[in-house]
Design a binder for this molecule. Structure first.
Ligand SMILES: Cc1ncc(COP(=O)(O)O)c(C=O)c1O
Length: 367
């Protein structure tokens, strides 16, 4: 006797129609969007070094997380993880949640952000503006567990950016951030940058850039700048995946208490540990030279990029360096742009600001 064929067909015409429409809406958002600018940071012409900032603050939801949220939604939808009427839940320090709230609304599902209660009010307002709700927790280390529990209780989907950021993004191309940077550098004096400097929250951006660089056979090296109160630097230097850090990062969006699964240490060439005062000083310098306010994570990357520029200059090298504007500064007026907040934190940005200004006007060294 032949073994009987078993057949379970779970196809659901209504769900598939919903899925198709949801994917179309997310893709249509990308189709309507223009690329983000690659801005030049003015350096003295005679240095023969060009510094660029990929301005990710111009996405519809104002940060580099717009790319990630789009990728996570497409990944979650195509895997059948995001379902009609069921909430999407995320552990986010803010920017990811702002972008995910936007995409959740776009496809018509509820969105809940689980975040530290120290997150700026402006970000909470933005999440609510996009139709999301916020679940605040006292201990930042609890956000993962609370998110997973909420997903279980509601039958929703825990997006888990810290695990899926690196794999949801199409690192070989598809106009990811790295492909876009290289396309925009094509007509520049040094189209293959000596260095690209990123910062790490999930680690997804640095993983995407590093993988793309290796895949497309570039000589560009990748530096990740880490703030105080983060374990990425120590974990990377000591090859220790179990590294942790007790206190929370003051630089919103970056610096983590554990080695996140989306942080890919082997793909990176170099890391720098940046004092928070230097990160915040760098966004004041950015505003002075570019007329733009940015979040402090942009300053962390800019400080490192300027140190690399100084190094190249000292070695008589010509070339280009790229870093990112991660999100806009108007989200942090009561924080990084507030002298009262800086004083309350015991942060003195002046020595770093002066050091950078002296370096940029050719009267001093950096580092
Ligand atoms: C403002 C800001 N800058 C930088 C990053 C780092 O990006 P990634 O998560 O890709 O490491 C984040 C991530 O949350 C962020 O919110």
């Amino acid at each position: 006797m032949a073994v009987e064929t078993l057949d379970v067909d779970r196809s659901d015409t209504e769900y598939r129609a919903w899925l198709k429409e949801a994917v179309r809406r997310v893709q249509a958002d990308a189709n309507r969007s223009a690329d983000t600018h690659l801005l030049r940071f003015p350096l003295p012409e005679e240095w023969g070094i060009d510094l660029y900032l990929k301005d990710e603050s111009t996405h519809p939801t104002g940060s580099l997380k717009h790319r990630l949220a789009r990728s996570l939604f497409l990944h979650g939808l195509c895997n059948g993880w995001i379902r009609p009427g069921k909430p999407v839940i995320e552990a986010s320090s803010g920017s990811t949640a702002v972008s995910e709230a936007y995409f959740a609304k776009l496809i018509g599902v509820p969105f809940i952000a689980v975040m530290a209660k120290t997150t700026s009010q402006a970000k909470i307002d933005l999440i609510e503006f996009h139709g999301g709700s916020c679940h605040l927790v006292g201990n930042p280390a609890e956000v993962y567990e609370v998110s997973a529990r909420l997903a279980e209780e509601t039958g929703g989907h825990y997006m888990d950016q810290f695990t899926y950021a690196e794999r949801a993004t199409d690192w070989r191309g598809n106009n990811n951030i790295a492909e876009s940077i290289f396309a925009q550098l094509r007509l520049e004096p040094h189209p293959e940058p000596a260095w690209i400097v990123a910062t790490a929250g999930t680690g997804g951006t640095s993983a995407t850039i590093a993988r793309y660089v290796h895949y497309t056979l570039q000589d560009t090296r990748i530096c990740v700048a880490d703030p105080e109160n983060s374990c990425f630097f120590e974990g990377w230097v000591n090859h220790d995946q179990s590294a942790t850090c007790e206190s929370g990062s003051r630089i919103e969006g970056i610096g983590r208490p554990r080695m996140e699964p989306s942080f890919v240490p082997g793909a990176i060439d170099r890391m720098m540990k940046v004092p928070d005062a230097a990160s915040i000083a760098a966004i004041r310098v950015l505003e002075h030279h570019l007329g733009k306010k940015a979040g402090a994570s942009t300053g962390t990357g800019l400080w490192s990029a300027l140190r690399i520029v100084a190094e190249m200059r000292a070695a008589g090298e010509h070339g280009s360096v790229v870093t990112l504007i991660c999100d806009p500064g108007d989200r942090y007026l009561d924080k990084y742009y507030s002298d009262a907040w800086l004083a309350g934190q015991g942060i003195d940005i002046e020595p770093y600001r002066q050091e950078m200004e002296r370096f940029l006007n050719g009267t001093g060294l950096l580092g």
